[in-house]
Design a protein around this ligand. Structure first.
Ligand SMILES: Cc1cc2nc3c(=O)[nH]c(=O)nc-3n(C[C@H](O)[C@H](O)[C@H](O)COP(=O)(O)O)c2cc1C
Length: 290
């Protein structure tokens, strides 16, 4: 049957929002789910390895079991990753299907390998980047496919935690060295959400070279982590300056978030090792005391 909710590609990018509210009592046909997975199949991947597999869960009982794993995963965030503003996962009860995108790490062997010891680490890190970017492309394609079908989804990354992944692997039967990098609950949107905070285009677009006036300082990132993050993640408004409580929430950081030049001096900070988070975030630290 023709899907009446289908939207044109022009709307798809806008409609691919993480809407974590689904209408209850709905179902979706297998052919729609196949179309969506086919979007994932057409994603680019390093060396065309297609280092992903897609598990579509649409049986009620299995949906319930996967949901349970994610309710536990949400509790793990509360217990072990305090301060992260996650929403309650109870909305998963109304999903019509959940697509799990598995990454198969064996395919990394097909990416460029160092032919001398000296470059082993460099290429190994690059292999990981190619692998994860390929998975990201597949997950993104699936989310776009979902939006094109007039449905909505979220991108749950909790399957990337070893504990959660091992529970999923037991439940769904995939080898535990494959990882559920993306879990995509799908449903009919219970409300229209086609906006979300985005930086001004002029701030993230650099012409011909990196414009250091568009650099975001360490302290701007820390401010986002400590204060702005939950609102930026969940409010249905693109521009922060349109928030009713803009002044209160953003204080003296206003222009850094709303104009082209977040760093008017153009000065960069000294280089550090950013392979791990630079600092323990304030939100985490504050909750850690509880
Ligand atoms: C790699 C990655 C991991 C994410 N993990 C989660 C997650 O575990 N749970 C969730 O609700 N949203 C998750 N998201 C969704 C982001 O919070 C969301 O994309 C962001 O806040 C912007 O909102 P938008 O998708 O509506 O534009 C993830 C997104 C990405 C790209």
């Amino acid at each position: 049957m023709e899907n009446q909710n289908k939207v044109s590609f022009e709307e798809v990018i806008g409609k691919r929002r993480s809407v974590r509210k689904f209408e209850p009592g709905k179902t979706v046909g297998n052919s729609v789910l196949e179309n969506i997975v086919d979007c994932g199949r057409w994603a680019p991947s390093g060396a065309n390895t297609q280092c992903f597999d897609f598990i579509v869960v649409n049986e009620k009982e299995m949906l319930g079991k996967v949901t349970k794993v994610f309710l536990k995963q949400a509790q793990r965030l509360v217990d072990y990753a305090k301060g992260f503003p996650a929403v309650k996962k109870s909305y998963l009860a109304n999903t019509v299907a959940i697509i799990i995108v598995l990454g198969d790490p064996r395919w990394k062997v097909c990416f460029p390998q160092a032919s001398s010891e000296k470059y082993k680490d460099e290429y190994s890190l690059n292999n990981e980047a190619i692998f994860l970017c390929s998975l990201g492309a597949a997950i993104q394609n699936i989310q776009l496919g979902v939006a094109a079908e007039g449905l909505t989804s979220a991108w749950l990354s909790g399957g990337g935690e070893d504990t959660t992944n091992s529970e999923l692997s037991k439940l769904l039967g995939f080898p535990k060295w494959m990882k559920a990098y993306g879990t995509i609950p799908i449903g009919y949107p219970a409300e229209t959400q086609d906006k979300r905070y985005r930086r001004p285009l002029a701030q993230c677009l650099h012409w011909n070279k990196y414009e250091t006036k568009q650099y975001r300082s360490h302290s701007q990132i820390d401010f986002y982590e400590s204060t702005l993050r939950p609102f930026a993640m969940y409010r249905d408004i693109e521009k922060i300056e349109h928030w009713k409580d803009f002044e209160e929430k953003v204080g003296s950081w206003g222009s850094s978030f709303t104009t082209q030049f977040s760093n008017s001096s153009g000065k960069l900070e000294k280089e550090e090792d950013f392979s791990k988070p630079r600092s323990e975030g304030r939100a985490t630290r504050m909750r850690g005391k509880n």
